[in-house]
Design a protein around this ligand. Structure first.
Ligand code: NAD
Length: 478
């Protein structure tokens, strides 16, 4: 099977760009070069900006029904090509093939959701204080959008930006990750084949800092949507402030998992291991701090480590593999420093704690027990397959520890007590809370963090709203 041809999409034309620069895309399981992604020059970025301005005029003037039709067709094309795109996604990102196909199902779901929801960008009529006056609140697309996204979900991260913008009637310039460019390109090809007018979607790659400075300095994009780390999010928001662009920030997380003694411990431990090691822990909503009530912590840790020990690590294209490599060599050293720091603080290594093999960026599923609160891993996002377990005394103790960090993305709790679940819903300082499951993300529900995990939602009616602006119009005598 051929890996995707890596190109830029500017004004409806696929191009290698004019910079002459490229960078290699590696398969993290084999370290083989899959292809070379072209870098956009300043002139290419200017052309993309101009195209997005023109594309916006065309797209916003079409009916929501006509836009839905194109988005639906593209969704069908992605669905039909799921095997091929799924393989490419695994080749460049490393996750198991089955996970890649699930990600593409979600990608299609998001595209369909926004295609449909675009018809519901309702305004309202407000009764006036004067006879003969009509007061209208109108919703309009915010304008051309610029978006930058991380590599960990090459389909979902990208489609949340593209479909949200398109559903609302906006054009978009997106820079997907240079490490995982093919899925974004494939999605763009499907939209183009489905009849998306030229310039509505532009895909660029390059040196991230150069691309974002160039695009954000322009007054053409009216909105920035970013998925990535907290430091880069803060930096981009500062750049966007120069032209006062609206922002949506989907940033890092450090999700607490609160396991109370009334939960079904064996069942929860198994589920938790599945959730923790999905995508090798490289998930912003990955469960990352396991707080288990004192009376059941040993039972939980043993069952969790047993389930983790059964996960087969290897090339995501191989049958039976449950966890692939990390995205790059740099992440192996980061994982080791989390583990070494935890053990030096008195944490007990139950499983893993080392690189697997010497080709590809594989790190073993790792479980640490009795990890103290001052260990680095209890405070910084690990973004990898390392799970720290600690015990807690009671409700107040665990809620205080769950809420202690500046992060506020996902959180999880396991209990049979309805009153306790309700109290957690009130008191947990996070954008997402799942009680007795690890499901916090669907196309039709709002997804996003609070505090330093960012702000703004993707998905749900809130996700469409993020790409709309409000206009108030009064009319007298018409
Ligand atoms: P990162 O912020 O370094 O990079 C993320 C993306 O932004 C990449 O595509 C990168 O090329 C790009 N980027 C980096 N610097 C940039 C710049 N100056 N201008 C424009 N783009 C730039 O993050 P990372 O470490 O590669 O990714 C993991 C982080 O992303 C984690 O913190 C994770 O939690 C977060 N994340 C959040 C969500 C969410 O929805 N909240 C989803 C996925 C990942």
């Amino acid at each position: 099977m051929a890996y995707e041809k890596l190109e830029l999409l500017i004004g409806g034309k696929w191009t290698a760009g004019t910079s002459g620069k490229t960078e290699p895309v590696l398969n993290p399981a084999t370290e083989e070069v899959l292809g070379h992604v072209p870098h956009a020059s300043a002139a290419d970025l200017d052309a993309a900006l101009e195209a997005s301005r023109e594309g916006f005029k065309v797209w916003r003037s079409m009916t929501a029904l006509a836009r839905q039709d194109i988005m639906e067709k593209a969704a069908r094309l992605i669905e039909e090509r799921k095997e091929t795109y799924g393989e490419n996604l695994t080749l460049e990102m490393g996750k198991p093939f089955a996970e890649s196909k699930m990600e593409l199902d979600f990608t299609v779901g998001v595209l369909r959701w926004y295609a449909e929801e675009g018809k519901r960008a309702y305004g309202r009529l407000v009764p006036a204080r004067m006879p003969g006056m009509r007061q209208m609140v109108m919703k309009e697309p915010v304008g051309p959008v610029t978006a930058f996204v991380a590599w960990n979900f090459p389909g979902v991260n990208v489609i949340r930006k593209i479909a949200g913008a398109l559903g609302a009637g906006c054009s978009i310039i997106i820079k997907a990750s240079e490490e995982t460019p093919s899925t974004c390109i494939s999605i763009a090809r499907c939209l183009q084949e489905a009849g998306l007018p030229d310039g509505v979607l532009n895909v660029v790659f390059g040196v991230p800092d150069e691309v974002s400075r160039h695009l954000l300095a322009s007054p053409i994009p009216k909105k920035l949507s970013f998925t990535g780390s907290i430091p880069i999010g803060k930096h981009l928001q500062a750049l966007a402030a120069e032209t006062l662009k609206r922002c949506t920030m989907e940033l890092g997380g450090h999700a607490p998992v609160m396991v109370f003694e009334d939960a079904d411990i064996a069942k929860v431990a198994k589920m938790a291991a599945g959730a923790k090691f999905r995508n090798a822990g490289q998930v912003c909503i990955s469960p990352t701090r396991f707080y288990v009530q004192e009376s059941v912590v040993d039972h939980f840790a043993d069952a969790f480590a047993a389930a983790a020990g059964e996960i087969r690590v290897g090339n995501g294209m191989d049958e039976g593999v449950g966890m692939g490599p990390l995205i790059g060599e740099r992440r192996l050293g980061v994982m080791q420093s989390f583990v070494d720091d935890a053990t030096s603080h008195g944490g007990e290594l139950m499983l893993g704690g080392e690189r697997v093999g010497n080709q590809g960026y594989f790190y073993a599923p790792t479980v640490l027990k009795n990890v103290p609160e001052d260990a680095m891993i209890m405070n910084e996002e690990p973004f990898g397959p390392v799970a720290p377990i600690a015990s807690f005394k009671d409700f107040d103790d665990v809620v205080a520890r769950a809420n202690k960090l500046a992060f506020g993305l996902a959180s999880y709790a396991f209990t049979q007590d309805g009153a306790r679940a309700a109290a957690l819903a009130d008191q947990i300082d996070a954008g997402l809370l799942a009680v007795n499951s690890f499901v916090v993300s669907t196309p039709e529900t709002p997804f996003g963090g609070v505090n330093e995990s960012g702000y703004g939602s993707e998905g749900g009616t809130e996700g469409l709203d993020a790409f709309l602006r409000t206009k108030f119009v009064t009319e007298v005598g018409v």
